[in-house]
Design a protein. Structure first.
Length: 210
């Protein structure tokens, strides 16, 4: 039996994911969490075989949560869930330690296969993600501006685009506002943008925010 922890801040999404795996006799949803903090607490108190982790959480984003999970339990396997296409977040999630990446829109068709494959010790790579991985490492491949950013710079980009202040971002990332300001300066330089308005326009145009 594969013991599953679902982490998503929307109860209706968690219910839908439960329904997707309900008919699989070898998979059991043993717990749910609606935030990063709740997920970390459950993981410290209980044992699971696999975590389904949403990439967008209210208190800490999924990539940062994933990194914390890997620090606490290096051998625990995690599949990232997202409304975003593989080309925007998939490669970043795998580099951070995820064993798979499933787009929520494809969850009904892919999720059970992904869970079984990851539980067996193999990574789950969808055809779209495989193509993106190949593109990202291909010789002479042209990288888009946001792909040049570190994870923290990328998080800062998304939160600035969502209208959060430096202090709100600092609290979310557990760093100082001064450090956030440094990340903002770096991402503006790397992406050749001038201000927060251009950051927001870029993020919306490229589907980087919900």
């Amino acid at each position: 039996m594969i013991r599953l922890l679902i982490v998503d801040d929307h109860a209706i999404v968690r219910h839908g994911l439960r329904q997707v795996v309900a008919e699989s006799a070898d998979i059991e949803v043993t717990a749910e969490a609606g935030s990063s903090a709740e997920a970390v607490r459950l993981l410290r108190e209980n044992t699971y075989d696999l975590v389904l982790l949403d990439i967008s959480l209210p208190d800490k984003n999924g990539i940062e949560t994933l990194k914390q999970i890997k620090r606490d339990k290096p051998n625990l396997r995690v599949i990232m869930l997202s409304m975003h296409a593989e080309d925007e977040f998939g490669v970043r999630a795998l580099k951070a330690g995820a064993f798979g990446y499933v787009n929520k829109q494809s969850a009904h068709d892919q999720l059970v296969t992904a869970i079984r494959q990851v539980a067996a010790g193999r990574r789950y790579i969808s055809p779209d993600l495989a193509e993106e991985l190949a593109r990202s490492i291909g010789e002479g491949s042209e990288r888009r501006p946001h792909e040049l950013l570190s994870d923290r710079e990328f998080d800062t980009l998304r939160m600035l685009a969502s209208g959060k202040s430096l202090s709100e971002i600092a609290e979310s990332l557990s760093i100082s506002p001064k450090t956030v300001s440094v990340y903002r300066t770096r991402l503006l330089e790397k992406m050749k943008l001038k201000n927060n308005a251009e950051i927001a326009h870029y993020a919306v145009k490229n589907g980087l925010i919900d």
